[in-house]
Design a protein around this ligand. Structure first.
Ligand code: NAD
Length: 494
């Protein structure tokens, strides 16, 4: 990937986008569209279908028909694997196109987007394609006169709702295992990051996925997402997004058919630096990237930096210096390290969170404001707020933007107490050379993921999921397959 290739893709017009239902492109039932605005410069780059409840019902009906006639689940595993492998190859072949259209839509810097979006999506699809003929049922240890078989069956129609920060990566975390296990899927992308997912689904069909097995409906969450949630014909909902939407999905399930609801929600993840960290300079670099990559729009972002009091000032200086060297700007310019905030609404929320932090006694040590507004785009200076108490809003509420809260602690017990003093439990890290302390902290900090002497970077072989109000269920690894399969007992009298 070089700048010329990026510029070539960026210059291309993006035609108006539609749903993908039963293998065909389809406009909204009432022909309504919505503008797609690029956070790079605030310009409208295309339109997409503003879906109706009727559109969602049509997509669910297509998925149901495809599941019921077993056009996908009934194919031999080797045939399904071949299609998914071809899909992954097509994603690789179209990686730059996918990455650039995704960046024009959501604002992530291209270097990261290229790896984290098509790169990761292709890897995920391949991982589950390879796994699909290696997952067996079981034979129970019964008495001689019976046979107890435990089958693993696809759950049926899966509704997948994904956010805007990494649409392809998170989308593939749902689509890979769901399709590998033989389910049909209706995918609802975020309003501000639909383009690359529509293309991803088109490529699946090019690879040979039968019509109706994967459908995409775009539009507003409150309309098409609600219709999916309330459907009597969706068997499971898999979701990544905010806690407030997660709550709604559980309500929809309770008000309809008790469909399973798996939620990957937000976090306020603590990055805990002890004075005996192996390399404080490295820790400062990683801490800065742990919050500022993709402008902090990362569910596992290390948004709370807890620093042992004896090294607090020196460590904060180091993080400030690393951060000052990060260039914010046009996400399609390879020279920039950090791109745009996804939407003007999100930018305003970020700025608001800084104001609140200051009102509550925090000190803005770096950044704090909107920048590059002359471009028309949505950019924010990476922001470091010190003197943040564990009770402050900035310690308690997820910002989902480039805002780091710094809090000192005196010992391991206090670090653990502060780390656990939120409703969330997604990720965290501990930096120390003391092996016993590292393991104690892994156990004591209540999160789904703990890093030791690093932050982020886990690959597809390990599960990602939260505890507390960070959600339930897991994406990635073979454990994700549990969400997409039902266990069925066959009890056979011999
Ligand atoms: P969001 O909840 O606003 O939107 C997520 C999706 O839900 C979008 O597709 C949206 O259209 C849809 N939606 C909105 N209202 C809906 C409704 N009433 N019914 C059905 N669907 C509806 O979240 P967001 O702003 O897109 O994403 C940011 C959030 O996602 C953050 O809280 C972040 O931490 C979280 N996140 C979590 C993970 C994880 O793996 N745990 C990963 C990425 C992002």
């Amino acid at each position: 990937m070089d700048q010329t290739q990026i510029n070539t893709w960026r210059a291309k017009d993006i035609p108006p986008q539609t749903h993908l239902i039963d293998g065909k492109n389809a406009p909204a039932s009432d022909s309504a569209t919505m503008e797609v605005t690029s956070p790079i410069d605030g310009q409208v780059i295309t339109t997409m279908a503003r879906g109706t409840a009727q559109d969602m019902q049509a997509a669910i009906a297509a998925a149901r028909a495809a599941f019921d006639d077993r056009r996908w689940a009934g194919q031999p595993p080797a045939a399904r694997k071949k299609v998914l492998m071809k899909w992954a190859d097509l994603i690789d072949a179209h990686a730059l196109e996918l990455a650039v259209s995704g960046v024009r839509d959501n604002g992530t810097e291209i270097g990261m987007a290229f790896k984290a979006e098509p790169g990761s999506a292709a890897g995920t699809i391949r991982y589950y394609a390879e796994a699909l003929d290696k997952v067996y049922g079981e034979i129970a240890p019964t008495a001689d006169d019976v046979l107890g078989l435990i089958h693993r069956e696809p759950v049926g129609v899966v509704g997948a709702i994904v956010p805007w920060n990494f649409p392809l990566m998170i989308g593939a975390w749902k689509l890979g295992p769901a399709l590998a296990m033989g389910n049909s899927v209706v995918l609802k992308p975020a309003e501000t990051a639909s383009l690359s997912l529509i293309r991803l689904a088109e490529l699946a069909h090019e690879a040979g996925l039968p019509a109706g097995v994967l459908n995409v409906v775009t539009g507003e969450g409150a309309v098409v997402g609600e219709a999916m949630g309330l459907s009597m014909d969706v068997d499971a909902l898999v979701f990544t997004g905010s806690g407030s939407t997660g709550r709604r999905l559980m309500e929809y399930s309770a008000r309809s058919n008790l469909k399973r609801v798996y939620l990957e929600l937000g976090g306020k993840s603590p990055n805990i630096i002890f004075a005996d960290a192996p390399d404080l300079d490295e820790a400062a670099k990683v801490a800065a990237m742990g919050i500022f990559r993709n402008s902090g729009q990362v569910c596992v972002a290390g948004s709370r930096l807890l620093v042992e009091a004896s090294i607090h000032d020196e460590f904060v200086d180091a993080v400030v210096n690393v951060t000052k060297a990060l260039k914010v700007g046009d996400p399609l310019d390879l020279e920039n390290h950090i791109g745009a905030i996804n939407s003007e609404t999100q930018l305003m929320q970020n700025l608001q969170s800084v104001e609140t932090a200051q009102r509550e006694g925090g000190t803005v040590t770096l950044g704090g404001g909107r920048i590059l507004s002359e471009t028309g785009g949505y950019y924010m200076d990476p922001t470091i707020v010190t003197d943040v108490t564990p009770e402050a809003s900035l310690s308690q509420k997820e910002v989902f933007g480039p805002v780091l809260a710094v809090t000192p602690f005196t010992d391991e017990a206090e670090a653990t107490r502060i780390a656990n003093a939120t409703d969330y439990g997604l990720a965290g890290a501990v930096w120390t050379q003391n092996l016993s302390r590292a393991h104690r902290m892994i156990r004591a900090v209540r999160t789904g993921v703990m890093h030791v002497n690093t932050y982020g970077g886990a690959d597809g072989t390990v599960p990602l999921g939260g505890v507390g109000q960070s959600g339930n269920g897991h994406d990635k690894s073979l454990h994700a397959l549990d969400k997409y399969t039902d266990l069925k007992t066959a009890w056979v009298k011999l």
